[in-house]
Design a binder for this molecule. Structure first.
Ligand code: NAD
Length: 481
């Protein structure tokens, strides 16, 4: 068993002020796989103080040098990526092959995209020929607090820490207490890459403790948060007194609009996309809206595909889905499946209880509900598990109405061979992202939502901008430069 009680503060691993053990549970076995500490106010304050002390030096470090340090983090990852995949797989249950190929690989993917965008940042530039002595300067916002969830742990840590460092900010990361091991390994990467002391700090803790203290701390200029809409609200309230910048990446209830002219693989692709990571992705296409003339066939395909998906422990190689992260999540998903049955949706694959032959681990049967009616609980609320809702529609206008009638607005999807229709729908769907015909967003495209999905934009140039302030300067002496 792994025991890692220390926090990474000011370039060293330090014991918590007050010992408060927290077990990390392996969701595949329900056994304790690690023990960490939950920090408190004093630990948070120490990390913020270290970040504050390091800010003048780091923000004045030339961009090229900041880039070199960040490249060092990438080198550390290349040396130790297998450890990273194993840590993620153990702490949150991603199957090991998927942890290797997708979860861990988020780090180099986003990091390289940030570096590409970073090379084009104009740190200071003239406003325009009409105002020759006015300059626009970009400056780091200051000390930032970064709070991340457990579902794609390295994805979210990279999307926050790397742009913060590139922008010249210093930071305190509070990873999810459910999945802290990958973040502690990331802290080792930062250490070994020579990130100067105090520039990156990590304190483990829960939302009520470290999360709340960071969100209300007077020396923290910004909180970048990914997680539930509930916690996003609490953080906004806690941050209000100190008028911090708060950027939020929250939940989703993505609609996947499948038209009768969709390609042959569209339904299968949609089912597999939702089931990936055991349904625990904020951008999961969890509502499949299907044009009526194709609906019965689509339900058949979806049921077949879901029934063929293997569920197995995270340590097994292969293309299975693993468990969901913890008992609370498992209970919540079971509650939604029961609600779907009670409210009259038609269960065509999966259902309640553990998959056949399993008696331990937080495994959920890949589940499909057909004939879901807009307004049912499973259609409104984010389930965050391998549960697909299928809804028929008659017209394009009806599909758009159903898709947009949700508090969320993260990613919507369209499947149709009709290019004009796709382009029309891309503009009508109320979401931060629209992905069509299985094409994923290009490298460095911004990730983020609207409405209750939060309004952050992470990744690439937009992701760096989140950590910058814009300063307007007049009376600039161009000749003196
Ligand atoms: P969560 O909100 O419970 O926890 C996320 C993080 O916030 C954890 O580190 C937690 O300790 C912390 N936290 C909780 N309450 C807090 C508070 N009051 N103040 C400060 N910090 C607090 O979410 P989760 O269960 O870990 O993750 C699942 C949720 O995250 C889902 O709703 C999912 O959709 C969402 N999510 C969104 C995105 C996105 O980019 N939009 C990405 C991944 C996950």
């Amino acid at each position: 068993m792994i025991t890692k009680r220390e926090f990474y503060i000011n370039g060293a691993w330090v014991a918590p002020e007050v010992a408060r053990d927290c077990p990390v549970i392996d969701p595949s076995t329900e056994e304790v796989c690690a023990v960490i500490s939950l920090g408190g106010e004093a630990d948070t304050d120490a990390a913020v103080a270290a970040a504050k002390a390091a800010l003048p030096g780091w923000s004045a470090t030339p961009p090229a040098e900041r880039r070199r340090v960040v490249e060092g983090i990438l080198e550390q990852y290349q040396l130790r990526k297998e450890e990273m995949a194993k840590a993620i797989s153990l702490e949150m249950g991603a199957p090991i092959d998927m942890a290797r190929d997708d979860q861990a690989e988020c780090l180099p993917w986003h990091l390289k995209n940030f570096l590409r965008a970073f090379d084009h940042v104009e740190w200071i530039r003239p406003l325009g020929p009409h105002a020759p002595d006015t300059m626009i300067a970009l400056e780091p916002i200051g000390v930032v607090g970064l709070i991340t969830p457990w579902n794609w742990p390295m994805n979210q840590v990279t999307l926050k820490v790397i742009p913060a460092l590139l922008a010249g900010c210093t930071c305190v990361l509070k990873p999810s207490e459910e999945a802290p091991l990958s973040s502690m390994l990331f802290a080792e990467f930062c250490h070994d890459a020579g990130v100067p002391a105090g520039v990156f700090n990590l304190v483990n803790g829960d939302g009520a403790g470290v999360g709340t203290r960071l969100s209300s701390h007077p020396d923290v200029e910004m909180i970048s948060f990914t997680g539930s809409t509930r916690a996003g609200r609490a953080i906004s309230v806690a941050a209000a007194q100190t008028l911090k910048r708060v950027t939020l990446e929250l939940g989703g209830k993505g609609a996947n609009l499948v038209f009768a002219d969709a390609d042959d693989r569209a339904v299968e692709r949609g089912v597999r996309h939702l089931m990936n990571n055991s349904g625990q992705s904020c951008n999961a296409p969890s509502r499949m809206l299907v044009e009526r003339s194709y609906y019965d066939r689509a339900v058949e395909i979806a049921a077949e595909v879901a029934s063929s998906i293997k569920v197995a422990p995270a340590s097994e190689p292969g293309k299975q889905i693993g468990p969901v992260v913890n008992k609370r999540q498992w209970d919540q998903i079971q509650g939604y499946i029961q609600k779907g049955i009670d409210e009259g949706a038609r269960l065509v694959a999966g259902g309640l209880g553990l998959p056949e032959g399993m008696n331990k681990g937080f495994y959920v049967r890949p589940t499909v509900f057909a004939d879901v009616v807009p307004g049912m609980t499973i259609e409104r609320e984010e389930i965050f598990g391998p549960v697909l809702c299928m809804i028929p529609f008659e017209t394009e206008a009806e599909a758009v109405r159903i898709a947009n009638d949700t508090p969320y607005g993260l990613t919507n999807y369209v499947q149709s061979q009709d290019g004009a229709r796709r382009n029309r729908l891309a503009r009508q769907l109320r979401a931060g992202m629209v992905e069509m015909n299985g094409k994923s967003r290009g490298a460095g495209a911004p990730f983020g939502g609207v409405k209750a999905s939060g309004r952050a934009r992470e990744g690439g140039a937009w992701g760096i901008e989140e950590f910058l302030e814009v300063k307007a300067i007049s009376g600039w002496d161009v000749a003196a430069e």
